[in-house]
Design a protein around this ligand. Structure first.
Ligand code: ZN
Ligand code: ZN
Length: 166
């Protein structure tokens, strides 16, 4: 969605609300596309003392397979977004991913929110950030409770112990 901002570009204090639905179902993370439900983005663009500030948030669900416990999961995904919009990017702003250039006084909301999701997505896809994962030795799902394996000893410590025992 392109959001026209010509009404507020030269009007400090002016603001334009927006609400749109994005399709990010093709966006890949690892081997899957976890954003396969409609993604709702709501917010507003406000001219704050001449600076165009977009604030909004994304709401959807993640569907995927957990990288740690290997179980399929579905959980809420919520992301606040805040970016600055400028008529023309200055060279020192090129490296700032949170500054976007307007095209014909319009903000490209798809581009802005897609970029925000990419920049905020964790490198691992987890059913829960606190997922305990599987035991590397017996394969038990540690979210269901501890397994009977003894804690792995650090091989460097074993070398040290051998030396000390001599
Ligand atoms: Zn998990
Ligand atoms: Zn185990």
């Amino acid at each position: 969605m392109l959001l026209g901002l010509s009404k507020i570009i030269d009007c400090p204090g002016g603001e334009i609300p927006f609400e749109t639905t994005l399709d990010l179902s093709e966006m890949r993370f690892g081997g899957c596309c976890p954003l396969n439900e409609p993604v709702r983005a709501v917010g507003r663009v406000r001219n704050t003392a001449g600076v165009l500030l977009l604030t909004g948030e994304i709401d959807t669900n993640l569907n995927g397979v957990c990288d740690r416990c290997c179980k399929p999961f579905r959980r809420a995904f919520h992301l606040p977004v805040e970016v600055v919009l400028v008529k023309k990017l200055e060279s020192e702003q090129l490296s700032d991913p949170w500054i976007f250039e307007l095209q014909d006084d319009q903000a490209d909301l798809d581009d802005i929110f897609t970029t925000a999701v990419v920049l905020n997505m964790d490198s691992q896809l987890l059913c829960d950030p606190a997922c305990k994962g599987l035991c590397p030795r017996c394969g038990k799902d540690l979210n269901d409770g501890p397994c009977d394996c003894k804690p792995e000893r650090d091989p460097r410590l074993q070398v040290l112990e051998k030396l000390l025992n001599k």
